[in-house]
Design a protein around this ligand. Sequence first.
Ligand code: ADP
Ligand code: MG
Length: 185
Amino acid sequence: MSNPSNHLPIRMISHVVRGYGRGSKDLGIPTANVNLEKGVLSCSIVDYDTLPTGIYWGFARIGESSNNGAEVDSVLGRVHTAAISIGYNPTYNNKEKTVEPHLIADPKHPKRHASSTGETQFQDFYEKKIVLSIVGYLRPELPFEGLEKLVDAIKKDIIDSTELAKSCPPSIEAEKHWVADASCL
Ligand code: ADP
Ligand code: MG
């Protein structure tokens, strides 16, 4: 497999589709499945098969950009740090590759600890436009023995993503700005 970092950053504009409903139901960590099949308005990588599998971090925005208008607590229009799974979810042995960001709310956001595992749980935003930049590689995608170990690993990914987003070099900061400003009309 090629070095995942060679592919970064990966910019995508698409919309959120339904997955298998496992992120929330089994794990308490929802992941917004990006539509790779059709309706991808833009992607800096043309062939999805070349996306190396693994866990990444980056920035994501749902819906049109908003500096004002949207409610302060809404997921819509704001840039969130995200922990992103790319792959086949070996614990579940999926057949199709997916790109699935978990959007992390700010520490004081009322939804930051709202999921059953104490992670971020917004309202559903299926069918909404998603703007995503994948900026860093965290770890390979591993099959875990049991959901508890998987949840522990994802919780660490969320901590790592949050820490990395706190002090970004200018090239990564630029991706955050792109996510904020990209038009998804
Ligand atoms: P699915 O298998 O349909 O993707 P999940 O259990 O993974 O189901 O839940 C994902 C859905 O939950 C997203 O599409 C979105 O509508 C909603 N959601 C709520 N909070 C978040 C969050 N913090 N990150 C990602 N998706 C979230
Ligand atoms: Mg999901």
